[in-house]
Write a protein that binds this ligand. Sequence first.
Ligand code: ADP
Ligand code: MG
Length: 520
Amino acid sequence: MEDDHAVPIGIDLGTTLSVMAYVNEHGEPITIPNTEGDLLTPSAVLFDVDTVTVGKEALKAAALEPDSFAAFVKRDMGKPFYHRPIRGKPLPPEVIQSLILRKLRLEAELALKRPLRGAVVTVPAYFNEPRRKATQDAGVLAGLNVLDIINEPTAAAIAYGLKGAFLNPDGSARRPERILVYDLGGGTFDVTLMQIEGRLYRTLATGGDVHLGGLDFDRRLVDFVVGKYVAAGGADLRRDAGHFHRLLREAEDVKRTLSSREQTHFTYDFGGHAFRLPITRAEFESLIEDLIARTLFTIRSVCRAAQVNPSEVTRVLLVGGSTRIPLVARTLQQSLNVPVERVPNTDEIVAHGAALYANLLTHSPKGKPPITIQNVNSHALGVLGTEKATGRPRVAVIIPANTPLPVTRGKRFSTEREGQHSVRARIVEGGDRTGKNATQIGECVVRDLPQGLPKDTPVEVFFSYGTNGRLTVRARLPEQNREAVLTIRRDTGLDDQARQQWAERLKLLRIAGLEDTEPA
Ligand code: ADP
Ligand code: MG
């Protein structure tokens, strides 16, 4: 394929909505609309026998065909299967995500009338290794050449910075910045502290709350309204799933209105008699005050992890739909003595950052990245073993959380028996010292050890965590001065063979309304 005609794109593969963008000839990021004419595509998939529908149309059919419908798949990334079967069959989350990505790729090719060279896909900063791997695999299954996976807050900082806020057109910082990216979305809250000096983007620490977001605010509002309704002698409508769902929809609508207006009404039609409750912004804000206050704790703990005093932060960037609630900026402004800036087009900014980064990558001379992005690992990485003295499980941490990447650290194991042929180690992420709550990533097996090795022969296993948060493992026999053959058997995610099988099966599926092209 001729590179001159190809354009890289950036994709924000969101929990509820996905967005794609490219960079035009003037260097500006442009959101690519889908064939429905929308900038945002709901991350929803409806399966039929040999066709899938992605986006708005899929969402409409969700209630009618729940067994054929998948949404919020991002939450299950890194697990072996989507949390419920689709048309009776378990499906890996990356397979479902790949269909969303394929739709976006085909739409982009239509809109740009050009083949696609590659894509940068974004992930939350807290995504661990298996979840990044799953995202990358989803891209490959969608026929994309995944140039890189970058963190959503980094993408937001790039796009906002390049709009003239604090970056030069080549991506370098005008002056050193310490930026706190505050992302309050629909279901999760994320904080990332970044430092940008020249062309070096370093994430210093990251943290968050995986169960805090707009949905919690909607629930608070429903509780408030139903409370009033019950006090007036009405029934508790939350007990009925259908009512609860509709109440949440109305609550979200009311919440959004209150971001721009001082007051509105909560209206609900219950079996023919409607009720209409006036509600002010101040009342709504008092319902969620404690949740917003909780985010301040997270900010402080992230600053502590980075050993940065909150007063040394140069700016706070607000991203995510829920930061449109005026209380958010007000609370932060009052308690942090730092400029708080809400990024414009918060729905598109992450995709714009991904596109700008993809563009920087493809236009830089070979082997010379225009900017360097240094991440930290959000979870500790280690090996689960047994303590010799007690026989209890024990995690030997090899790479602690919030270690700057790339990093390579090793650990020395030894053979237990004479003439041993292989050594195996379980790789775990997160959790405590006994391995409780840890995620099992897989197992690495050093095989084909030389014949007749004595007992207690040292075997060094090295973990290399790449800048993109991807893990590779290497093993060495130092005394024999040779590399050992090593394989990682992953507990989750697709191995090469499974991925190829899925690639074949996915070829038989069509995306409704779009003609397939040969993958780029
Ligand atoms: P995610 O990245 O988690 O998918 P987003 O960043 O797109 O989510 O944010 C979605 C959330 O933002 C939803 O809970 C939505 O109700 C909320 N939201 C969107 N617009 C507004 C608004 N004007 N006021 C308050 N909340 C809003
Ligand atoms: Mg988001």
